[in-house]
Design a protein around this ligand. Structure first.
Ligand SMILES: [Zn+2]
Length: 389
């Protein structure tokens, strides 16, 4: 079964994480206290996780005159797979249900003589699973997006090895017999932030995926703002110069025309290898070494990206912006430029309450977010399968 829904089940994920981190059985009353939940609710959630195969319930123990069951991680341990389609390959991240990466792999597009792209992808996924030695619960598939549902059909921007998203998702579902979650890079990066940072659960928070495209996922009190036709967040197509060149979207002077890994690639005479990520770190190294052309180009793009963030802040007045994607691999460069431009160009009331983070973990947070989407979907489906629960 395929789904583009974002079924965020944070309480369950946090409860699972608390049990996982405890390293042994945890009594339900302690879980309730730790998660600030009523004991009966914590017990209900833990039992849902037991039925879904994430936890196991241990015999009750006496405590404070009441009997409290304890919960421990189920065996075998479970995982979900996040698959992110890139221009030149695919990024795979296998995650524990709390989003902790267990194994990752960057797989370039196959040459024609190497056989079907989907076969290579399935082989790579199976190798990762064997490495982690865990049961697979679901697969999350993400691409640049937007993934828009139109008359029941998916309209993604990105393909893998000539395969459009939906047939690829169906192949993964058939091969592994698990549900497949479909998202776009901004949604999935945002989902990763939502699971990682409780601050994303209240107020307005944005995750910006800045790479070839500039996409923004907005969360209002923890709920994803999809837009009227699921196409919200095209920050890269906000105009910075309305008399400038016409973009393919129809608008003129779009942000993506000023800051994009596509522009970096064309100035370097070809695709940045390795799914862009590693080579953006090379670009960052050139920048730090003071290579003049790189410094000029990156300073320029960082400034334009920051202008895009100014528009975002003026429109939404978010409390949090997390900048991720390939440009975040530039680290301090992006942080410094964005901070300076925002301070100069937005009202103090909006700037003073804004927390800006540049996120560059040593794994693909968008693929990890897709894996978390798969975790939520698998859990939701298993719960739905047990209506009496
Ligand atoms: Zn445009």
């Amino acid at each position: 079964m395929l789904s583009t829904v974002l079924p965020v089940l944070l309480d369950r994920a946090r409860l699972y994480r608390a049990v996982q981190c405890a390293g042994g059985p945890v009594p339900c009353d302690r879980l309730a206290e730790q998660l600030a939940l009523p004991a009966s609710h914590a017990r209900k959630l833990a039992r849902e996780l037991c039925r879904a195969g994430f936890l196991r319930e241990l015999p009750a123990r006496k405590a404070a005159g009441a009997r409290h069951p304890a919960f421990a991680p189920a065996e075998p341990a479970v995982c979900t797979l996040g698959v992110r389609l890139l221009e030149d390959g695919v990024s795979l991240v296998l995650c524990a249900p709390d989003g902790a990466p267990l194994a990752q792999r960057l797989l370039p597009h196959p040459a024609p003589e190497e056989g079907a792209a989907s076969v290579r992808l399935l082989d790579a996924a199976e190798a990762l699973l064997a490495q982690a030695d865990r049961a697979l619960l679901g697969v999350g598939l993400t691409c640049e997006g937007p993934v828009v549902l139109e008359d029941g059909l998916l309209r993604p921007c990105r393909q893998y090895g000539g395969l459009p998203l939906e047939p690829l998702a169906q192949e993964l579902a058939d091969a592994f017999g698990v549900p497949v979650f479909l998202g776009n890079d901004a949604q999935c990066g945002g989902l990763f932030c939502l699971h990682r940072d409780a601050a994303f659960e209240s107020g307005i928070s944005c995750y910006v995926a800045a790479g070839r495209s500039i996409l923004c996922a907005t969360f209002v009190d923890g709920r994803y703002l999809a837009g009227n036709s699921a196409a919200a967040g095209l920050l890269g197509h906000t105009s910075l110069s309305f008399r400038d060149e016409r973009c393919y979207c129809g608008n003129r002077g779009c942000l993506e025309g000023f800051a994009s890994t596509s522009l970096l690639e064309s100035s370097r005479g070809g695709l940045l290898l390795g799914g862009l990520r590693r080579s953006m770190r090379d670009v960052a190294a050139d920048y730090r070494a003071g290579e003049p052309d790189t410094v000029k180009e990156i300073d320029n793009m960082a400034g334009f990206l920051a202008m895009g963030l100014v528009n975002l802040v003026n429109l939404l007045n978010p409390g949090h912006i997390v900048l991720g994607g390939e440009f975040a691999r530039l680290g301090d460069v992006m942080k410094t430029a964005s901070h300076a431009v925002l301070k100069q160009r937005v009202l103090p009331e909006a700037f003073d309450t804004l927390h800006l983070e540049v996120l560059a973990p040593p794994f693909d947070e968008m693929a990890a977010g897709a894996a978390l989407g798969a975790f939520d979907l698998a859990l939701a489906q298993k719960k739905l399968a047990q209506p009496g629960a």
